[in-house]
Design a protein around this ligand. Structure first.
Ligand SMILES: *[C@@H]1O[C@H](CO)[C@@H](O)[C@H](O)[C@H]1NC(C)=O
Ligand SMILES: *[C@@H]1O[C@H](CO)[C@@H](O)[C@H](O)[C@H]1NC(C)=O
Length: 501
């Protein structure tokens, strides 16, 4: 693993006047600074094309910097580390100026080996250009320590991903590149390996002998809100499934790495992806939302920024099948949708039924891992109804973070966690090139089949509903059995009355 950066680092954020920088990058840098995780001696430079003064720039980012207590001075302290530069992305001039700025800072503080971190909060069309100029001006000498953070999308299919890779790989090594998939920075996603490999009882049951079916679901309670133009060109599968959900999938299903060493972890992720069967374009559920039933919320096609006859999928569900000893025969369903009844990301692992015999009626165990909102892990178990009853009912073992951990407990936001990891030189939670290659190999033929002119049409579902009508049936056909929702409730709002359920 690379050495951690020290306390004299130039952090340059490209695209500093844009939305991503304003909403994610700078708030994350500030969060780290506030928690003492970013030295107060670094220099932070925002770079973009807009002609802004330092003050105008700071006024733009200030509103999104969040305090955890009333210590307002932290914000000013942080902003005093920041400055702004404007310049083009595709000409030497700005980069020459940027180099001067870095060199001046490094000279002033007698830095022997310059350490520079570049964060590209830019659309992918600009990656290659910016990297070329960065290489030419700011990373031309050997012995420099450089890290470059880039964000998805990493291509839109196998070919475009490989083109991007061909442009970047001669410039920066895999060790220098940090590809963010912000799901890997989420607390519960980071917890998956500990949960699986740090608990004997879960580890022992984590296979086809005990697990019947798995679902990874992503639900958003809002639509494109008039900004569907970009979404219309990619759809839900590229937006969240090929990346975020697939990351959750690999962490959930990979074999035990020899250690937490970043490459050991990433090697295992690649291995399990290689064992996934090509996705069957016939075995899918596809949807597009229409106006809500009361007519108050618009349908997808009412968004002026999308194609009037778009058949873009705003909902998709399909199963992945892994052919290895552990998972043969266990369907793993990924489902994601916009404009649904709630916003929620969770994993549901349903175990096989126990032998009947002594039980007439008994439900399946289910482990639910709630990634957001309100992180929680709960396990549905069967237990005797207390008192004179001899019947069993479903209840749970519940670890809800907000009940277990106080608010004083700082859980870093995904971007905070990831920028910190990059600073420390830890690649564990970043996406490696071969991982992307395999995931695009898996998804490209599938997407091509779905997006072909004679491909399937999405079924309409109304805004605010649970999604396409066939969902229950689709899940049932992949081994998932719905528990008796009449008696079981989580989280429990009022305790059950003794003897009754
Ligand atoms: C940037 O704005 C300043 C102040 O408004 C102005 O003096 C300067 O000429 C502008 N620079 C460019 C390159 O447009
Ligand atoms: C790198 O990050 C992973 C995941 O967060 C962690 O488990 C591991 O201990 C880290 N490695 C080092 C050397 O800090």
């Amino acid at each position: 693993m690379a050495e951690p950066f020290g306390d004299r680092v130039s952090l340059v954020v490209f695209g500093a006047s844009g939305d991503l920088a304003k909403k994610k990058t700078f708030p994350a840098l500030f969060g780290l600074f506030r928690e003492g995780q970013l030295p107060s001696t670094v220099q932070i430079v925002g770079y973009a094309r807009s002609n802004l003064s330092d003050e105008e720039f700071k006024d733009r980012i200030r509103p999104n910097l969040k305090l955890r207590n009333a210590d307002k001075s932290k914000i000013d302290e942080f902003l005093s580390l920041c400055s702004y530069m404007h310049g083009p992305y595709d000409e030497d001039s700005g980069y020459v100026e940027l180099l001067d700025k870095c060199v001046a800072y490094e000279k002033k503080h007698n830095v022997a080996v310059p350490e520079r971190l570049f964060y590209l909060a830019l659309p992918p069309s600009a990656f290659a250009t910016v990297c070329r100029f960065l290489k030419k001006h700011l990373n031309s000498e050997s012995g420099l320590k450089t890290r470059v953070i880039v964000e998805k999308p990493f291509g839109r299919d196998l070919q475009t991903f490989r083109e991007l890779q061909e442009n970047l790989s001669p410039l920066f090594t895999e060790d220098e590149l940090y590809r963010i998939d912000h799901y890997l920075g989420k607390e519960m996603v980071k917890n998956l390996l500990v949960l699986r490999f740090g608990n004997e009882f879960l580890g022992a049951a984590w296979n086809k002998n005990h697990i019947k079916s798995i679902q990874i679901s992503f639900k958003e309670a809002f639509g494109t809100q008039g900004r569907g133009g970009y979404f219309d060109t990619i759809g839900i599968i590229r937006d969240v499934m090929q990346n975020h959900m697939l990351q959750v999938f690999t962490l959930l299903t990979m074999e035990r790495p020899v250690s937490f060493d970043p490459e050991a972890v990433r090697d295992e992720k690649v291995k399990v992806l290689k064992a996934v069967e090509p996705i069957d374009p016939k075995d899918v559920l596809l949807g597009q939302y229409s106006a809500s039933e009361d007519g108050k919320e618009p349908g997808y096609l009412d968004d002026d920024t999308v194609n009037k006859d778009s058949k873009c999928f705003t909902y998709a569900a399909f199963a992945l099948h892994i052919h290895n000893e552990r998972w043969e025969g266990v369907p793993i369903v990924l489902r994601a949708g916009k404009a649904l009844d709630e916003s929620k990301v969770e994993i549901r692992i349903q175990f096989k039924p126990v032998a009947k015999g002594m039980f007439k009626e008994i439900q399946r165990n289910e482990l639910v891992i709630r990634i957001q909102p309100d992180e929680a892990i709960y396990m549905k178990i069967n237990s005797k109804i207390p008192g004179i009853s001899t019947e069993t009912s479903l209840t749970d073992l519940d670890l809800t973070y907000s009940k277990r951990y106080s608010d004083d407990f700082w859980i870093p936001e995904a971007y905070e966690a990831l920028i910190r990891d990059c600073y420390l030189g830890n690649h564990s939670n970043f996406v490696r090139d071969d991982e992307l290659d395999i995931s695009w190999k898996l998804f490209t033929p599938f997407l091509e089949a779905l997006e072909a002119a004679d491909g399937p049409k999405p079924e309409l579902y109304s805004y605010g509903s649970k999604g396409p009508k066939g969902l229950r049936e689709f899940l049932a056909s992949h081994g998932y059995v719905f528990s008796d929702e009449g008696t079981y409730q989580w989280p429990l709002t009022t305790p059950n009355v003794k003897g009754k359920i």
